[in-house]
Design a protein around this ligand. Structure first.
Ligand code: NAD
Length: 320
């Protein structure tokens, strides 16, 4: 299959691209600002510079493509800081990709939504938790434009599928951690782990906040499997939670301190309930059943893998 990944050199796109390429698909990473390090990590892929806001760029990149993974988006709290450009990228950019895919005869588009479409745990009755896909979408109050854009994206996907015959589906990832995170919550978490591994003093703020975390390897595998899933197997539901592990930022810091004993991790807590209003109790069973894949990494295994990957990167190469 020939697959185009928009936002392709981000943390999720580069790994999704690598997984698909390793399975024999021809992968093209499409990014407005391709990150050479992420492109190198993705392995045997084609990388093109382009903007999802440009119909010409997207159309040219779609030449011969069978499936699109649409990830380009303005992340969480950054959307609050730049509402105009974020609205264009998140809404118009998504519509451009879907419309171009329809016109160019692409067979399927897999998209990234987010658990930011739900509200925080406190917005639900205890018996409504964990939040499954049919829970009310109340939006994370700390990132309302981001979450509202994801709801709009889900509706665009639904209309392109029901009215225009394009097979669409997607994920609602929990906050993603792992090496390569630069922006948003992934950048924040990766920054904490990088400092700990480097032996620098690191402060973890929002210590009391509850959070749900999923390792990037699992999310990339979930996206790759949606790309490969038999078209006949797609149910009437469009967007699925990735699932993840619930913890607090204090719990994350304690685990990091245990895995990196030499780290100097300090926690600052002020009774925060959550991170930017994101839910911490979400389920992931429906997706696991659909794609036949249970997440490989619980938080401890995932954080160990994250630390190991950073240690490998910082070790000097042997002299040949
Ligand atoms: N990382 C998370 O915690 C998380 C959680 C839930 C959902 N998601 C969603 O997953 C998707 C990917 O997230 P990520 O963490 O890999 O993001 P990222 O910021 O690491 O990557 C996004 C990429 O999109 C590119 N991009 C930005 N504007 C573009 C444009 N106009 N045209 C083409 N490319 C453009 C950026 O250069 C960047 O490489 C996003 O839609 C995000 O909302 C991420």
């Amino acid at each position: 299959m020939r697959v185009l990944v928009t936002g392709g050199t981000g943390i999720i796109g580069s790994l999704t691209g690598r997984k698909l390429a390793e399975r024999g698909h021809a992968v093209r990473l499409f990014d407005v600002a391709p990150d050479p390090a992420a492109a190198a990590r993705a392995g045997a892929v084609d990388v093109v510079r382009g903007d999802v806001l440009s119909f010409a760029d997207v159309g040219a990149a779609l030449e011969g493509v069978d499936a699109v993974v649409h990830l380009a988006y303005s992340l969480g709290e950054a959307s609050n800081r730049s509402p105009y450009s974020a609205s264009r990228l998140n809404v118009e950019g998504t519509a451009t990709v879907l419309e171009a895919a329809r016109l160019f005869g692409v067979q399927r588009v897999v998209l990234a939504s987010s658990i930011a479409v739900y509200g925080p745990d406190d917005a639900y009755a205890p018996e409504e938790l964990p939040l499954c896909e049919d829970a009310a979408t109340r939006l994370a109050p700390g990132m309302p434009l981001y979450g509202a854009g994801k709801l709009y994206l889900e509706q665009l996907a639904r209309i392109y599928r029901t009215t225009h015959g394009l097979l669409t589906a997607g994920l609602r990832p929990s906050p993603v951690y792992g090496p390569g995170g630069v922006r948003g919550v992934s950048g924040w978490l990766n920054g904490i782990v990088e400092k700990a591994v480097a032996g620098d003093r690191v402060t973890v703020d929002r210590g009391d906040a509850r959070i749900n975390l999923v390792h990037v390897e699992d999310v990339a595998e979930q996206f790759a499997r949606l790309v490969e899933l038999d078209a006949a197997a797609f149910p009437d539901r469009w967007f699925f939670n990735t699932g993840g592990d619930a913890t607090t930022m204090r719990g994350f810091a304690a685990l990091l301190q245990e895995i990196v004993p030499e780290a100097r991790v300090e926690v600052v807590a002020n009774g925060e309930r959550d991170v930017a209003g994101l839910a911490s109790q979400v389920c992931g069973g429906a997706l696991a059943e659909l794609i036949g894949y249970e997440r490989r990494y619980d938080l401890e295994a995932g954080l160990r893998a994250h630390v190991d990957a950073l240690r490998r990167r910082t070790q000097p190469r042997p002299i040949p």
